[in-house]
Design a protein around this ligand. Sequence first.
Ligand code: PBG
Length: 331
Amino acid sequence: MFLYNRHRRLRKNESIRSMIRENHLSPNDFILPIFMAEGEGVKEEIAAMPGIYRQSLDNTVKEVKEIWDLGIKSVNIYCKVSDNLKDNTGKEAWNPNGLMQNTIKAIKDAVPEMIVMPDVALDPYSIYGHDGIIKNGEVINDETVDALVKMTLSHAEAGADFVAPSDMMDGRIGAMRAALEENGFHNVGIMTYAAKYASSFYGPFRTALDSAPVDSQEIPKDKKTYQMDYHNSQEALREAIADVEEGADILMVKPGMAYLDIVKLVKDNLQVPVSVYQVSGEYAMIKAAVEKGWLDNDKVILESLTCFKRAGADLISTYFAKEAARLLNDQ
Ligand code: PBG
């Protein structure tokens, strides 16, 4: 008996394996999410996210210079907002001198080529911890979109390269694109969280920003009327198509590791760059297993990130960006 197809021939050694490799990871692929805090000299580690900090502007600027030197070219920004600035309208979100706007300016001043992608959503600014304005116990769509448009313009004015709406309201991409065009921000792009699922993997993030829906009978207890149902995939395609038609430049799928089929579905069906978000709970799971000595930190990081590329992601938002860039640079 002859075996004509010996697949192991192509796996014989590292030279052959690397020669025929289909997907490659590079620091160019990464977006680092950063958490901002008011004040000076602040650097607070986030519960369930060892090695990830909420930082004041001075420390963030230092970090941004450091990651640029590692080859990371993009950041997502999230702000921890003090309780006294929160209300139902989220109006602190478009304060021209707010923490977000000041952060955008400071990063662009310090590292002008860094691609700055601030998060557009009301939850850190909402007394209810929802991504929209609440009326009669519901998160209302159209007034929320008006608020998101104001937020978008304030980010553009501060110098954002892309805005990254993570709210999942209907029609927000078209409204934002129109407002950006009308105000002369033709080159400010939109990286939309097109397929964002209502996920329990966001837990540590909500602790980091103190942004979880508050416990009250008057408001929805979760985000399921706007974020997607994880039982579905066709819906992701409808969301993605709508966002592209409304003028989105980059489509984001979120969460990541349990949603690789959605990454592939979006990538195979739409001719736009696709990004994926390896969210806080995914980071927490890996770090927890590593701390117990159950997983190999470096190998699991590189494997999980490479698998995003294999599924079709062009960009990856990941809390591992710094660690992974160091590993890749040392290879
Ligand atoms: C808020 C937002 C969330 C995340 C990014 N933007 C949380 C949420 O929707 O409740 C989660 C990111 C993460 O878990 O790392 N609009």
